[in-house]
Design a protein around this ligand. Structure first.
Ligand SMILES: NC(=O)c1ccc[n+]([C@@H]2O[C@H](COP(=O)([O-])OP(=O)(O)OC[C@H]3O[C@@H](n4cnc5c(N)ncnc54)[C@H](O)[C@@H]3O)[C@@H](O)[C@H]2O)c1
Ligand SMILES: [Zn+2]
Length: 368
């Protein structure tokens, strides 16, 4: 088993992340036994009959008090309404500050349950057991919690840290291939912004993702990168923007495809296009764009989208990004694999409109 400790400077809090196989029957149970709380497992409807049921049985077999709630699976249920229904159920059951929540699921579950924990009885402890690769390497680290509204994603929420995160690789056995690629793309992104050797591992070993020791190493290295970044900038005011590499374009693709494209698929295209932008800006060698594209192709990403059909619409969609300033999109750019471009402690950059146009026309040819 591997461990990481996240330290949040702002409030001197810290919590452990455990990564390994079969850690639920051992480390997770030991952790729950140290607390006198009643544990409430909250999961989504896809995971009730297998994962949540097994977890509840495990806790009960050790005489640890617990209960279980669930909500319908899917991004469209990451809402205030779902949160409210769960809160009302907890209140009806007379649960107060004596409970601790366990978010068992993908990023939808960890985001929503994390937010619920932040506000229930003015804050109760929450533990994360991520069950998707994306939730392991991304959503369960960093303390961003929240829900979507009709106006946009993650607009209502809180920074709220879990008490512990248990990443048991056994849980990934049932994960569909499409969900794997969402996580892999974020790991590739972590390598590209900060760790060339992580990128090279992914470049050279696509077939090894089913090897538990290898996977656990990759997850650990990837979590370490997010850990180092968020520890410097919990509130997303500066260096945390680096985690947005590939996302200015990725988010625009998702918006124009009305979210019918997977996040990983959209960000994979975003990564290549923003790498190309880095090369056009003269920061990075153009050959690296091809190297990144080849690596992403190893993971069976389609790298196709209709989002570039109308480039004027694409420009408008890019401006909606939270990094935009004065209607101008900004990007994380690379100097090299594992190294982002920085000037005067700035991490995101706007580019000349002619460079932007060249990149968009190139993307239209490559990805349509
Ligand atoms: N808080 C953050 O920092 C952060 C970072 C990245 C993403 N996110 C959020 O994460 C969400 C996306 O997370 P996600 O990709 O995990 O989606 P998800 O939670 O919707 O899970 C994807 C699908 O996989 C199913 N699933 C989960 N685990 C499974 C398993 N082990 N076996 C079989 N099926 C399983 C789920 O039921 C769901 O249908 C988005 O809402 C996004 O905003 C948050
Ligand atoms: Zn992402």
């Amino acid at each position: 088993m591997k461990t990481l400790e996240i330290h949040i400077q702002e409030n001197a809090k810290h919590y452990p992340i455990y990564i390994g196989t079969n850690i639920l029957d051992s480390h997770f149970i030991a952790y729950c036994q140290t607390s006198r709380k009643k544990w409430i497992i909250i999961t989504d409807s896809h995971l009730v009959d297998n994962l949540a049921h097994d977890l509840q049985n495990l806790l009960e077999s050790k005489n640890i008090p617990c209960d279980q709630l669930h909500f319908p699976a899917g991004e469209s249920y990451k809402t205030r309404e779902t949160k409210q229904k769960l809160e009302d159920t907890l209140l009806k059951k007379n649960y107060g500050r004596d409970v601790a929540l366990i978010a068992l699921g993908g990023g939808v579950v960890t985001d929503l349950v994390g937010f619920l924990a932040a506000t229930y009885c003015r804050g109760v402890p929450v533990m994360y057991i991520p069950t998707t690769l994306l939730a392991m390497v991304d959503a369960s680290i960093g303390g961003k919690t929240g829900v979507n509204t009709a106006t946009g994603k993650n607009l209502i929420g809180a920074f709220y840290q879990p008490v512990a995160v248990f990443m048991d690789l056994n849980l990934l056995k049932t994960l569909p291939p499409k969900e794997w690629s969402n996580g892999i793309v974020e790991i590739v992104k972590h390598g590209l912004i900060q760790d060339k050797s992580l990128f090279q591992l992914l470049q050279n070993n696509p077939e090894k993702m089913t090897d538990c020791a290898y996977l656990s190493h990759i997850i650990h290295e990837s979590c370490k990168i997010k850990q180092q970044i968020i520890q410097q900038d919990e509130r997303d005011l500066g260096i945390r923007q680096l985690l947005n590499f590939g996302h200015t374009i990725g988010h625009a693709i998702e918006t124009l495809e009305d979210f019918h494209i997977g996040h990983g698929e959209a960000v994979a295209i975003g990564i290549i296009a923003e790498a190309y932008l880095s090369a056009l800006s003269g920061f990075m060698d153009i050959s690296i764009v091809e190297e990144i594209t080849r690596t992403l192709r190893h993971y069976h990403l389609p790298l196709k989208t209709s989002a570039f059909n109308d480039l004027d619409l694409f420009k408008k969609a890019m401006i909606l990004d939270k990094k935009s300033v004065s209607q101008t999109p900004r990007f994380v750019l690379l100097d090299d694999i594992g190294k982002t471009h920085q000037e005067n402690e700035q991490h995101v950059f706007s580019v000349d409109s002619s460079i932007l146009d060249t990149m968009l026309e190139w993307s239209q040819k490559c990805f349509s």
